[in-house]
Design a protein around this ligand. Sequence first.
Ligand code: ADP
Ligand code: MG
Length: 357
Amino acid sequence: MSAIELSQLRKTFPGCTGPAVYDLDLSIRDGEIITLLGPSGCGKTTTLRMIAGFEKADRGRIAIGGQPVSDGGIWIPPEKRDVGMVFQDYALFPHLTVEENVGFGYREQDRTVRIDDVLRLVNMADLKKRYPHELSGGQQQRVALARALARRPAVVLLDEPFSNLDADLREQMRVEVKRILKEAHTTAILVSHDQKDALSISDRIVVMEAGTVVQVGTPREIYQYPENRFVATFVGRTNLLQGVIGRDGFSVETMLGTIPCRHTHNKSPGEAVEISVRPDSLELDPEGEIEGVVRRATYVGDAIDGVVQVSCGEDCIRDILVHIHPEEDVQEGQRIRFRVLSDFIAVLQSDAEKPDA
Ligand code: ADP
Ligand code: MG
């Protein structure tokens, strides 16, 4: 049984030209961590708020743990839906201590034990007498998460959970939040516009564009095999190249030569396609078959982000993004050679073939 089932969910806000969420279908398994990933305004928060019951869908169906909570005449209010919510600003009660925040509204017999349990889970047991203003951003987030988990909800919803944290803490909390959600054996839906959040924390990522789902997959599937141009460019950097499927059906002839690729979406030999070649697929190699001139080389610590001008025929020059090992000594203006590795190459489906989301 799915933990959460969304079918044909639609929401249009009054005064808006298009729908915020359009006929969205999504099925989430028990214990899964899912991230709704997409640019600002694509309908992520609206989807989350409809699941929580803070927003009413115009049409469609929402089921939590097999029980419909929103479907035609059925409407279960937020407090009766088995969900825990972690708000973007954490929304802790400022006049309540950590333990009072976590226990707020929890009236079961095991209240004291349960509060201690979840505080231990989020590593906040020592600070339970503190008030929110005496906590760092990361600690406040732990408390908000503990409060959401206390009632053992069927699903925890987190809206942009890392957006208020600075870079170091953000990286640390991604790991921590994942650990906590997994140890709690809970199903979770996160919302983020940050690809690194999504790639590092999720079991599966749901990429959204303009109110619809454009691709669902594991972080690896989304990064290595984006299905279309939108996903390829939104999740990570890439080179989009025109090509023709090779005779064997598992390669593409492009300006960078014949590139082997595993996913060709059943395209036939000879068919024109667009492919995504991640900068990670290009490797500096003095014997490499591709030659170009370094136009820009930006050292970013764990790599050098190179932009290399490559000739693609008469009067045709293309900038190609190349991920260069940080130990390499490359200078702007230098002529280099590189080769294509078969990882991180994806044949894109043209928009016309995009399955209805
Ligand atoms: P995201 O979380 O992906 O940034 P939202 O779900 O917040 O996007 O918003 C999707 C669209 O719906 C946007 O165009 C936004 O302006 C609009 N929208 C969201 N909430 C409201 C609201 N309460 N009233 C009117 N329009 C809204
Ligand atoms: Mg949002």
